[in-house]
Design a protein around this ligand. Structure first.
Ligand code: FE2
Ligand code: FE2
Length: 157
């Protein structure tokens, strides 16, 4: 079972732009933001949810364009397909949350399920996509991928 602190600690052991570190740090941010949405209410919750939804969309897009093709080479196409399928399910869940009263029980229940889904997805990526990259892809290539990932997310560097 991973958590934000664990993700950040593991990222610290790698070069700054290594794609594994970049993705781990984003997973940590996503985990923190999931908790923030769960633990706030009203306007603050709506704002946190809007930011979270935008980050997750950008993150998954970058994974699909930069990480997935490499992951499919290293770990196999079946795992890559499973991850992309989970991302489609998360997308669907986000659509279901969109426009709901963030303080209503429908939002709360759906968000709880969404949070579990996203956390399990991040863990599956860490185990089946990121871990194999450590041995399967040279460090310089991982840094190049990390920079491409940040460009794809649109994050400042
Ligand atoms: Fe993902
Ligand atoms: Fe991810």
């Amino acid at each position: 079972m991973s958590d934000a602190a664990h993700d950040r600690a593991e990222a610290e052991t790698l070069p700054e732009d290594d794609v594994i570190a970049v993705v781990l740090r984003q997973h940590a941010t996503i985990r923190d933001m999931l908790a923030k949405v769960a633990n706030t209410a009203g306007h603050a919750r709506l704002q946190a949810f809007t930011e979270l939804a935008a980050l997750i969309k950008a993150h998954e897009r970058a994974e699909q364009s930069v990480l997935r093709p490499v992951g499919a080479d290293v770990e196999g196409k079946r795992s890559a397909k499973a991850r992309t399928k989970e991302e489609a399910a998360a997308d669907e869940a986000l659509l279901g949350l969109d426009g709901l009263d963030v303080d209503g029980s429908d939002f709360r229940d759906r968000f709880e399920a969404f949070r579990t889904m996203v956390e399990q997805h991040a863990e599956a990526e860490e185990e089946h996509e990121l871990a194999p990259l450590r041995d399967g892809v040279p460090a310089e290539e991982r840094v190049r991928l990390g920079q491409a990932f940040l460009d794809a997310v649109g994050a400042p560097r």
